[in-house]
Write a protein that binds this ligand. Structure first.
Ligand code: GAR
Length: 187
């Protein structure tokens, strides 16, 4: 049984879809939620599903060992970043080579990089007059949103769409594809 850790900073709808998808699966399960924000919605989700959650603080996370020890102690095999807004330190990337993926709410390489998260991405896409946007699932390396792309799916940006309209479309794509792609990567 593969043990998945989901890292999330916010509401955690993708984290919950991931938990749901793997519940009852005999080959993998979400065993741990890692969060960097006290009071984040994802902590409630962890509680609801009876999944252990740990809160990481800046000093430890960006220290020489990051959070590798708690992950290894729990035999975590694979890391899923689902709206986790801190950059992953090189030590942690090296501890999980090709075993850590991120979801980004745009069609990378466009609209990625530092500061590009959540609604800011959708605002930039609309301000640029793009006709389509989408999601990118990619391996994580030491640079924001630059690891090899594994999967993309797109949706139209219609005239009059607001950033929150686009966010809703993107969430549908994320909830449809993310857990399936992770399952495929683990198989
Ligand atoms: C998701 O849309 C994810 O793509 C985005 O944060 C949202 C989290 O939503 N991630 C980034 O912007 C990373 N740069 P959720 O808390 O509802 O899963």
């Amino acid at each position: 049984m593969k043990q998945i850790a989901v890292f999330a900073s916010g509401t955690g709808t993708n984290a919950e879809k991931m938990i749901e998808h793997f519940s009852g699966n005999l080959s993998a399960r979400v065993a741990l939620i890692v969060c960097n924000k006290a009071g984040a919605g994802v902590l409630e989700i962890a509680k609801k599903w009876g999944i252990e959650a740990i809160l990481v603080e800046k000093l430890g996370f960006f220290g020489p060992k990051s959070c590798i020890l708690p992950l290894k102690q729990r035999n975590i095999d694979f890391i899923v970043l689902a709206g986790f807004l801190w950059k992953i330190p090189a030590e942690l990337v090296a501890a999980y080579p090709r075993k850590m993926v991120n979801i980004h709410p745009a069609l990378l390489p466009k609209y990625g990089g530092k500061g590009m998260y959540g609604m800011k991405v959708h605002e930039a896409v609309i301000a640029a007059g793009e006709k389509e946007s989408g999601i990118s699932i990619h391996y994580v390396n030491e640079h924001y949103d630059e690891g090899d792309i594994i999967f993309q799916a797109s949706c139209p940006v219609e005239p009059g769409n607001s950033p929150s309209d686009l966010a809703a479309k993107i969430h549908v794509l994320e909830h449809t594809h993310f857990a399936k792609v992770v399952e495929w990567l683990l198989s």
